[in-house]
Design a protein around this ligand. Sequence first.
Ligand SMILES: [Zn+2]
Length: 448
Amino acid sequence: MPSCQGILRSLTLTMLAGGMLLLPSQTTEAATAPRMVNAAPVLQQSPPKRLLVIAPHPDDESLAAAAMIRQTLNAGGRVRIVVMTNGDGYRGAAAQWFGLQHPTGQDMQRLGVIRQQEELHAVGRLGVKAQDVTFLGYPDAGLHRLWLNHWNPDRPYQAVNGSRFVPYANSYHPQAPYCGQSVVGDLTRLLREYRPTDVLYPDPHDVHRDHWATSAFTQYVLTAAAGDVRAREWNYLIHYPRFPSPRRYRPEAPLQNPGRLADIGAKWMSLPISKEAEADKHAAILEHKSQVQMMKNLLESFVRTNDLLSAYSIPDLPDRELQPIELDDIGDQKTLLHSRSADIRELLAVSKPSLVQLAVVTTRPLRPQDECKLYLRLPERGAQYEFASLARYRLPMPAVSWSQHGNLMLVNVPRSLFDGAKTVMIGAEVTSRGNSSDSTAWRRFRLR
Ligand SMILES: [Zn+2]
């Protein structure tokens, strides 16, 4: 195994040979450049000119974006941070902060205001001005409901903060109904106003529902606005079983991707952080005091020698035969409902002239009480579809057929449903008596 110094030297040579700016200030920071031991390869890209960081909660930008923010600012670029929720859905944090047993919706909104203030203090530590932070005020612990169940404004979602609309006057769109269309409208407007060159947003495999839903919303708007906005896309992972490892303050160690996500189609990369930048990142994290009181070990486990990034391509759907399009980590179910709960292993697809076939493969055949759900989103058409294998609770979509073959659930979707769309977003879920057993990441695919 090569020595740490040897690795560092070869990285430095690569950086110089490529002419790429990897460490923001090579003269002042190279002397204290961190050790990159067993981390993902260093990102070899020019710094962003206009970076847009999308954070589900106040604190995610501090945990995951410090290195790219610094790189951008040091190269003379601009940074804008969009915070999807004010983190006003965490009852435990409100109870602890205010010393209450049963915090009300109003208490949760008070926590939201505190978390906004913490956010502004934190980004100041990262060199970002308050005017470059946008709070959207959507529901903490509810973004996935907006994405899956509450798309239209006529059926808004009622949040833990007691509201069905954005209750914060300092939000980007005050009074916006809590629904998927509102989120899409705001993010699209922000993209068109700011025209980012780079967007950093959550990894689709993040198991926190606000995180994967933020990832899905961002992919959706980037696809729908692709004619106007062309940005490089980068992802970050915060919540995943046994990640970061170890889950405690280890400032000398690299941040490594979970081994179980090594082969799911992501390209993992590191952005090194100097000692000085690492200290600023640590200070930013500690500004989120209402969160530090609840999960200091998890938050400080992101103080490492690098930030970790992932990137995904948008593959074509296969057009000859049913082939795997997405792998799902085995054993990634958050809560095992039953010892025989379904665990999704992979998605298969084939796109034919008259229909698109999609298949969900599980580790064992579904039981009669299990239901397989397949969700499609067509960002360019603004269309959403949900197909359920049992369809107990809703009318089955005409001309969509399901069949089960051992541990493979197959659904045939007529091509006409896609209405000329070029991109389809796919998510699958297995439920047991209405409770989610396992779900896949939301990813995009091209239709040919
Ligand atoms: Zn978060």
